[in-house]
Structure formats: structure tokens, C-alpha cells
Design a protein around this ligand. Structure first.
Ligand SMILES: [Zn+2]
Ligand SMILES: [Zn+2]
Ligand SMILES: [Zn+2]
Ligand SMILES: [Zn+2]
Length: 391
């Protein structure tokens, strides 16, 4: 594997567990580097996506916020000095279909450096006494958000007129809790009731912060994979030694361990056979080796880079044909690869039971190559495709 010294590295995102009392640091006016679960931290808190833009294409119910990442570059135009990407998924497991991304949504938002929501030099220092009300939060500039999912809300509780919802479904979810405090705000003063829960309600995923790190790839990582460029050195990859085989087995076992719920019933023979099978899947082999270096990675980020295919057996991305990646809906320019969501994200948010939950080998996000300006500095949909591990 040749390493181009001018090539930027892949950046990896990792989940960061926070104390419930520190979760406020992930709110939008502190411009978090990224976050997972909970409610979205809207970069533009005024012009939110319309509820219709966040419906699952299969069941037409609101999707849940999955993750977001700060993704600006010095080359971006001034109107996109701040640039956030958002990912949503339908919670209904039956909407998760093999190699089909219709249960997933990606949004892009850009804001100029000088904007109505936070100062020229970025967010205010989030350090303040956590026991008091956030002094940096100005409710006046925020659109009404759903008490359950955090997305744009247009309905409110008819009794107290104080709590907002995006949909009847979410009002119904909230009623069990809200009926105890509706029209009786003094009950909510009870500190025990105010202790933040994580997840905050049955609809949102457990909330985490995010850490970003560069990926370091040892130069010999792909040795022995037969389509590797280094084959020109005359290495015969079919001639696998027992030592190589055992190393491969070890890596595969590690991978199986990471996906434990998916493969929990495999026998030793099954596994051996699976290893032999997977050996033919060179994309899987590369994926497996890279993931083994940082098994907790949840995001792989490289704008204009190459996606890391999870398998050569899935039709999606098999040829990575650019014509299959739809051009930008706003400006018509081609979209380019920017990042992928990794399988470990599923276990982090506790949805990794095979056949009974949302699943993917990788979710690939392609964004407008022109970083075009979005009307109202709001939110634009970007292109999502998905690969699954299939037989
Ligand atoms: Zn759905
Ligand atoms: Zn909602
Ligand atoms: Zn009420
Ligand atoms: Zn565009």
C-alpha cells in the first residue's frame, strides 16, 4: 500500500461517554465537534428542517437523530465557515433493509462566521456552574423544538400551551411524563425529577460526545491481500502459511467478537468456513484489518476521499459508479464522498441485535462538491447509500 505524503489521513470519530450533568456541553451554542444520540444540536437554530424532511421513506414516521459532526474546511466559502453534517435513522427495525438506505437521512448546514447565533470567534466558553440555568442560552433565537425528538415543532400541549411537539406520536410518548407536570410547573422544581436521564426518553438514542483522531495505518497492513499493489513484488498471496492463516483467524475472531450478537451461534467449523469464504472478499478483508486497528471507530471521515467498502459482495458501491451518486438537489453539481458510519455505532446506541434492529456494515454519505449555499442558511439533504454484510 503506497502512502502519499501529501495525502490527508482518514479521521476517525469515537463515542465519548459524558456525565449526565455534562451533556449540556453538546448543545448547539457551544458548537460541539460532534455528538451521538439525544437531540440534534442545530447549527442554525432558527430555520430548522421541516418535519416532512425527516420522515422515513418507508413508514412515513419521524426519524430519530443518530449523530452529527463538525465538518468545515479552510477551502469552504465564507457563507459556510461553520459546517455541520447530521444523520437520522428510522427506529423501526422493519424499515432497515439490505443495501437500502431509505431509512436514513443526511443533512448539511452552513453558517457564515458572522451570524445571528454566536460570536465572531465561535462559541462561548461552556464552563459555568452546571447547577444554574445556562446563561448562554437565548430562547428567543431558537425555533420551537419537539420535547421528545428535538426537531421542529408546530403543535403544543393544548392544556398548558408550554410544551411543543413535532407530531401526535411524540406527544403521546411524552404524555406519560408530562401529565404529572402539565399546568403544575412547581412539581418540576423537585430536583430528583430534574436529574437528566440518558437516554432522555424512549424515542432518542443514548447521548454521547465525540472525539476525533487521525488514523495511522502500518505500511504492511494489507500484505497478502491479492489485489494489493504490492503484489507486483512477486508475492504469492494464494500461498498462505499456517501462521498467516492463524493471524487471519485471530483478526476474524476479533471482528466476530465486535459483532457478537450477529454471530453468537457460530461453531468453530462455521467460523473456519466463514474465514475461507471471506478470504475471497478482499474488500471485507481490508475493511476488517482497518477496523481491527481501531475497533471502536464509529465514523471514518475523509472529504473527497475513497469510501472504505465493507464487502465486495454487496452491489452497492461495488463499482463506485459516480453516476449512481445523485447530484446536489440545490445546485446540480456532483456529490463527493465525505464520510461513512461504521457498525460500532450500532452497539454504542444499543441496536445491534441482528434481524431485530437497524443494521449496516457501513453507511456512506456523499455531499455537494461545491458546498453550495442553502436557502436561509438552513438544511440541505445529502446523498446516503448503505452496504450490508450479506451471504
Ligand atoms: Zn421507517
Ligand atoms: Zn418529535
Ligand atoms: Zn401540558
Ligand atoms: Zn450544491
Amino acid at each position: 500500500m503506497q502512502v502519499d505524503p501529501h495525502d490527508t489521513p482518514v479521521h476517525l470519530g469515537f463515542g465519548l461517554e459524558l456525565q449526565p450533568s455534562d451533556l449540556y456541553r453538546l448543545k448547539s451554542h457551544y458548537l460541539p465537534l460532534g455528538k451521538i444520540g439525544g437531540k440534534p444540536a442545530w447549527l442554525n437554530p432558527q430555520h430548522l428542517p421541516k418535519p416532512d424532511d425527516l420522515l422515513c421513506k418507508t413508514c412515513q414516521k419521524p426519524c430519530a437523530f443518530l449523530a452529527q459532526i463538525t465538518a468545515n474546511s479552510p477551502q469552504d466559502p465564507e457563507y459556510s465557515f461553520h459546517r455541520f453534517l447530521y444523520f437520522f435513522v428510522c427506529r423501526n427495525p422493519t424499515c432497515s433493509k439490505i443495501n437500502d438506505s431509505s431509512n436514513l437521512i443526511a443533512l448539511r448546514c452552513g453558517l457564515p462566521r458572522k451570524n445571528a447565533f454566536f460570536g465572531h470567534d465561535g462559541p462561548i466558553d461552556p464552563d459555568f456552574d452546571g447547577d444554574v440555568e445556562d446563561p448562554h442560552f437565548d430562547a428567543k433565537i431558537y425555533a420551537k423544538c419537539c420535547a421528545i425528538c428535538g426537531c421542529s415543532a408546530s403543535k403544543k400541549c393544548a392544556k398548558c400551551q408550554a410544551v411543543w411537539y413535532c407530531s401526535k406520536e411524540h406527544q403521546a410518548i411524552d404524555w406519560k411524563i408530562h401529565k404529572t407536570t402539565c399546568c403544575a410547573p412547581e412539581i418540576a422544581e423537585n430536583p430528583a425529577e430534574n436529574e437528566p436521564k440518558n437516554p432522555a426518553n424512549p424515542f432518542v438514542f443514548k447521548e454521547f460526545g465525540m472525539e476525533i483522531d487521525q488514523e495511522y495505518v502500518p505500511s504492511n497492513l494489507f500484505d497478502g491481500i491479492s489485489d494489493d499493489e504490492e503484489d507486483e513484488e512477486g508475492e504469492d498471496s494464494d500461498d498462505e502459511t499456517e501462521e498467516d492463516r492463524q493471524a487471519r483467524m485471530k483478526e476474524f475472531n476479533k471482528f466476530v467478537q465486535q459483532n457478537k450478537d450477529k454471530n453468537v451461534d457460530l461453531t468453530k467449523e462455521d467460523l473456519d468456513q466463514a474465514v475461507a469464504e471471506q478470504k475471497k472478499d478482499q474488500d471485507f478483508e481490508k475493511f476488517n484489518r482497518l477496523v481491527s486497528l481501531n475497533p471502536d471507530q464509529i465514523i471514518r471521515y475523509k472529504r473527497n476521499g475513497e469510501p472504505l467498502k465493507a464487502t465486495s459482495k454487496s452491489g452497492n458501491l461495488a463499482e463506485n459508479q459516480p453516476e449512481e451518486i445523485a447530484c446536489c438537489d440545490l445546485c446540480g453539481k456532483p456529490r463527493r464522498f465525505e464520510l461513512q458510519l461504521m457498525p460500532h455505532l450500532l452497539s454504542l446506541i444499543d441496536v445491534d441485535a441482528i434481524g431485530q434492529s437497524i443494521d449496516w456494515a457501513s453507511v456512506y454519505i456523499y455531499t455537494c462538491s461545491a458546498t453550495c449555499q442553502i436557502p436561509n442558511d438552513g438544511y440541505a439533504k445529502e446523498f446516503v447509500t448503505k452496504q450490508d454484510f450479506i451471504d
